[in-house]
Design a protein around this ligand. Structure first.
Ligand code: SAH
Length: 393
């Protein structure tokens, strides 16, 4: 089926951006089957792209290909093979046995996330188009990776925007346990693929955890929003003097304790604290506590730019408090994974937090998501994780 865009609305497609908004269509037809493949043409009937149609979403179509080619199982086999080959070329084996194999738009499959945890794949289908082809993806993943177990974690909130219900469960094979032990830079982590956040682990922070570990030797660290202790475990393994890990999730802290034991790390140097970071930072300030390294890795405060202002206040609040708790010469490692807050805005927020805290600091490193979470040049929205390493003067 050919769908025409309004005059001028082909521009973003000509720049190879894969999203087409409802307002770009001459007639935004809601009767077309969810996820089915349509051909997009410009106002003169010229072919632009082949895309999946999502009748309930503001992002009404997502491009599979800008070429006039068939979209079928073999098409997706080529895309999946390309993604797997690019990971092989990255030579990540030395970093462990967990990595992102398919990263949505940037791997040419908008809406599909596939993470590998040792011998299990976890698949997240986020859009009408990926839902339509899900069983094909599962077959192809088994054929191309040889992995027999695929667990589905399609329970992200964004599915609502596509008119899709949350779905979790085995897609191929059976999970005999929800806990898997993975390796990351020589350290072990238990990952709960059924109940953990996202697909179970924050793979995008792998490189940053290693780096922060290096920076934490002989230091007192405060790890805020610690989840299952990624930064804490790396810090302790690198000889941190003490680590205080804070999270609001008791389940995450239980896994953190398991991870400490798995790696035979000195429990006496570590403290877990269940609570709200916003409140605890205030309490620590009132108690005049101080640290050499503070990590702030909060959840997504602004999924889209519509939430940017509220998110900015939250980022400023925690960064301001963290600067106050930092000793002179101390290091603040601060992240934002909000799509709605770009790198420039994030840096401005951190700068104004330092100013209001009465602190001078320098940025010594800019951090981002790991190399297995690539960013297509044509899809800048893919660059969601921003991190700054600041040293307090
Ligand atoms: N740094 C972690 C990932 C952090 S994800 C890693 O490397 O694995 C964000 C975490 O923030 C989640 O574990 C979530 O439970 C926690 N969280 C969300 N809001 C919180 C709050 N207000 N106070 C404390 N923890 C919170």
């Amino acid at each position: 089926m050919n769908l025409s865009l309004k005059p001028g609305r082909e521009k973003s497609l000509l720049r190879l951006h894969p999203w087409v908004f409802a307002s770009a269509f001459q007639t935004p037809d809601v009767s077309i089957a969810s996820g089915s493949t349509v051909s997009l043409v410009d106002a003169n009937g010229q072919f632009l792209a082949r895309a999946s149609y999502s009748p309930h979403s503001q992002i009404r179509a997502r491009v599979w290909t800008f070429n006039d080619e068939e979209v079928d199982k073999e098409f997706f086999r080529r895309r999946i093979k390309a993604a797997l080959n690019s990971r092989r070329r990255l030579q990540l084996d030395g970093q462990g046995d967990a990595q992102r194999l398919i990263h949505g738009e940037s791997d040419g499959i908008p809406g599909l996330i596939v993470d590998r945890y040792a011998d299990v794949l976890v698949l997240q289908s986020l859009t009408a188009g990926t839902e339509f082809w899900k069983q094909t993806f599962a077959d192809l993943l088994v054929e191309e990776t040889g992995v027999q177990i695929i667990y589905e974690r399609s329970d992200a909130d964004v599915r609502e925007l596509e008119g899709l219900q949350p779905i979790t469960g085995s897609l191929r094979g059976e999970l005999h346990t929800s806990r898997f032990t993975i390796q990351e830079h020589g350290l072990k982590f238990n990952v709960d693929v059924q109940h953990g956040h996202k697909t179970g682990f924050y793979l995008d922070q792998r490189e940053n955890r290693r780096r922060v570990g290096e920076l934490s030797k002989d230091r007192d660290m405060l790890n805020c929003f610690c989840y299952t202790g990624g930064f804490s475990i790396h810090a302790l393994a690198n000889g941190a003097r003490s680590v205080l890990s804070v999270d609001s999730s008791a389940d995450a802290l239980t896994l953190l304790e398991e991870n400490l034991r798995l790696n035979n790390l000195p429990a006496e140097r570590h403290t877990s604290m269940e609570g709200d970071v916003f409140q605890l930072l205030r309490r620590f300030r009132d108690e005049a506590r101080s640290f050499d390294v503070i990590v702030l890795d909060p959840p997504k405060f602004a999924p889209t730019s519509a939430h940017a202002e509220k998110a900015a206040r939250a980022y400023k609040d925690i960064n301001l408090l963290a600067f106050k708790l930092l000793r002179a010469g101390g290091i603040l490692v601060t992240f934002s994974c909000s799509g709605g807050v770009d790198a420039t805005l994030f840096q401005k927020i951190v700068a104004s937090a330092a100013l209001d805290a009465g602190v001078d600091a320098v940025i010594i490193e800019h951090l981002s998501q790991g190399v297995d979470h690539p960013v297509s040049l044509h899809f800048p929205e893919g660059a969601y994780l921003k991190g700054l390493v600041c040293v307090k003067k």
